[in-house]
Design a protein around this ligand. Structure first.
Ligand SMILES: [Zn+2]
Length: 217
């Protein structure tokens, strides 16, 4: 058994037995760790507040790399005002992350999830789509907004949308495909920005994102 000292973001907790809990924490180097929190729910436990979803803590963990046990935790950042403003979105984002598996957490995802309050404050309406787009990208399923899904020709002045996941050029479109104009295509491409969440996301892109995303990814 060895001790690990690391920063971890609490994604979820499950009560097991009477006072114990399983706590899912997102870490930079080990992805998501499922840790045993002994006696967390005991009334005298000072750790219960620290294990609130969304809190960032400095953890001391005892492990043999198949099981992990929290020995202690110190707060770095606790969920604040924005959590109260956008609680559902906040919890949705963290719950979504807790279902994914990464050997280590991609830098972008680590940054966004430890600064969720800033991103949510920027634009709560566009955030979920922006976040899903980038999650897909990090997992190797980048949505192609540049090239035709069939022939790979570069899409320049307009595109056609099959109402599912693909954009097509003039030569590959079918009759019932929807025309996407240049300004909407350009507006859609703003979603690639990792710092700034776009004000408006075109409806066709929202559809592509929804259709592309399943928990299996
Ligand atoms: Zn084409």
């Amino acid at each position: 058994m060895i001790f690990l000292k690391l920063n971890g973001l609490v994604l979820a907790k499950e009560k097991i037995k009477e006072n114990d809990a399983l706590i899912y924490i997102l870490t930079k180097n080990y992805g998501i760790l499922k840790c045993l929190g002994k006696s967390i729910f005991r009334i005298s436990s000072k750790n219960l507040n620290l294990m609130e979803t969304g809190n960032l803590n400095r953890f001391l963990i005892l492990t043999n790399f198949s099981q992990f046990k929290i020995i202690s935790a110190l707060p770095i950042k606790t969920t604040g005002k924005i959590f109260k403003k956008n609680p559902y979105l906040f919890l949705w984002s963290l719950r979504l992350l807790s279902k994914l598996k990464f050997p280590e957490t991609p830098r972008f995802i680590w940054f966004v999830s430890t600064h969720l309050e800033n991103y949510l404050a920027q634009n709560p309406q566009s955030f979920p789509y922006w976040f899903l787009y980038h999650l897909l990208k990090e997992r190797g399923y980048e949505i192609d907004l540049e090239n035709c899904s069939d022939c790979n020709r570069k899409l320049k002045n307009f595109a056609f949308f099959n109402n599912r996941r693909g954009l097509y050029c003039f030569y590959c479109k079918k009759n019932n495909y929807q025309l996407i104009e240049k300004k909407d295509l350009e507006r859609a491409r703003q979603i690639k920005n990792v710092i700034k969440i776009p004000q408006n996301i075109p409806v066709f892109l929202k559809k592509i994102i929804k259709n592309s995303f399943t928990y299996d990814h």
